[in-house]
Design a protein around this ligand. Structure first.
Ligand SMILES: *Cc1c(COP(=O)(O)O)cnc(C)c1O
Length: 373
């Protein structure tokens, strides 16, 4: 590190939403004012309109807004009747909330290994995990890259299993012409600010094409009530508010632009990192990657990390410790090496800055620093 970093004294943030906020500010402020003046703050007209618009975009019959992506998973599992004694096969290479939701409904997560190329759950490994207690498969469209839903749906059909898609990172992703969240019993989305479609607080959504599941979800998100003060089960307080729904409606209008901008950033990285001793993210097979994250594999990941930190280039180790080896799951008895693909991946992956307003110059600066390692 002999050269001064005169090219980009500011570094490059991992994620910056300030520019987007300035562009949306006036319209959002007006919508907030309208919601305030109307006196409808929770599950009001903006929430209902957003649910209809999101269902149409995703290509599902219904959408039910909830308080977070984690709640979307928990409520979906409950709505499908999954609970104590049941096993749910999922991926160990994801944000903890995926498996946590399974634990929170009293079921047991069973971890399959992942595909080295897509980082997504490996259908062959899923099949080897099926027992007579298995009730569902919970794939994640990791980093915005759709999982192999064609094979997973075939396996689920053969064994009479449900599928819940964790599409928290994949709003706008596609597999075989179908949008993430529309290819299973329930699609679960998070609107945490860092996601492809993010709000400025917490929020989540479930998509489903089953009328029965929809009815159960509406009940579960509102304290198990079928009508005011009449409760048929213990549910949750998991509702979206008008302020977040109003913002989500504004952002949904140009979601195609946001996904296209992310894909443009990803293609700059692909081009500028080609020829280096590292592996760029696999493109979606038969589909569209939404690039919530741009995650590379590098043989000297820790050295790369140090180099980027030294230039104030934001980065993240998604994910440093696979879920089957987390302390919370010690009692499940997994050991390092049990799932060899994911165990190796965790030492190699690093996520680079990506968001719609990232410029070509910023990407070039990041790639220049990556090339030094
Ligand atoms: C963000 C995320 C969640 C949880 O969403 P929250 O809205 O933060 O509760 C679940 N699964 C995955 C894969 C995520 O990335």
């Amino acid at each position: 590190m002999s050269k001064p970093q005169e090219q980009a004294p500011q570094g490059v943030p991992y994620l910056s939403l300030q520019k987007e906020y300035q562009a949306l500010r006036d319209e959002w402020m007006q919508a907030i004012d309208g919601a305030g003046a109307s006196g409808a703050f929770i599950l009001g007209p903006n929430v209902h309109a957003f649910e209809a618009e999101a269902a149409a975009y995703v290509g599902a019959k219904h959408a039910i807004a909830v308080a977070s992506g984690t709640d979307a998973l928990v409520l979906s599992l409950r709505a499908l009747g999954i609970g104590p004694g049941d096993e749910v096969i999922t991926t160990p290479f994801t944000f903890f909330a995926t498996a946590e939701a399974v634990s929170l409904v009293g079921a047991t997560p069973v971890f399959a290994d992942v595909e080295i190329g897509s980082f997504n759950i490996d259908p062959t490994s899923v099949e080897s995990c099926i027992t007579d207690r298995t009730r569902a498969i919970l794939p994640v469209h990791l980093f915005g890259n759709p999982a192999d839903m064609t094979r997973l749906n075939a396996i689920a059909k053969d064994h009479g299993l449900h599928i819940i898609e964790d599409a928290a990172q994949a709003f706008g992703a596609e597999h075989n012409g179908q949008r993430a969240g529309s290819m299973s019993d329930c699609g679960c989305f998070s609107f945490y600010p860092t996601k492809v479609l993010g709000c400025y607080g917490d929020g989540g959504l479930i998509t489903t094409s089953s009328d029965e599941v929809k009815a159960r979800l509406l009940q579960l998100r509102n304290h198990g009530a079928t009508q005011p003060f009449i409760h048929v089960e213990a549910g949750y307080n998991s509702r979206l508010d008008e302020i977040q729904a109003a913002l989500l409606r504004i952002k949904l209008r140009d979601i195609e632009g946001a996904v296209a901008a992310r894909r443009q950033v990803a293609s700059w990285y692909d081009e500028m990192l080609s020829g280096l001793d590292l592996v760029t993210p696999q493109h979606a097979v038969n589909g569209r990657h939404a690039y919530n994250l741009y995650t590379i594999r590098h043989p000297r990941r820790d050295a790369l990390r140090e180099q980027l930190n030294g230039c104030r280039i934001g980065n993240s180790q998604c994910y440093p410790l696979p879920l089957h080896l987390q302390a919370v799951y010690a009692e499940l008895g997994y050991k390092a090496g049990d799932l060899p693909v994911v165990d190796g991946l965790c030492y190699e992956t690093l996520s680079l800055p990506i968001f719609p307003d990232l410029s070509r110059e910023q990407v070039a600066y990041v790639c220049e620093q990556v090339a030094r390692v």
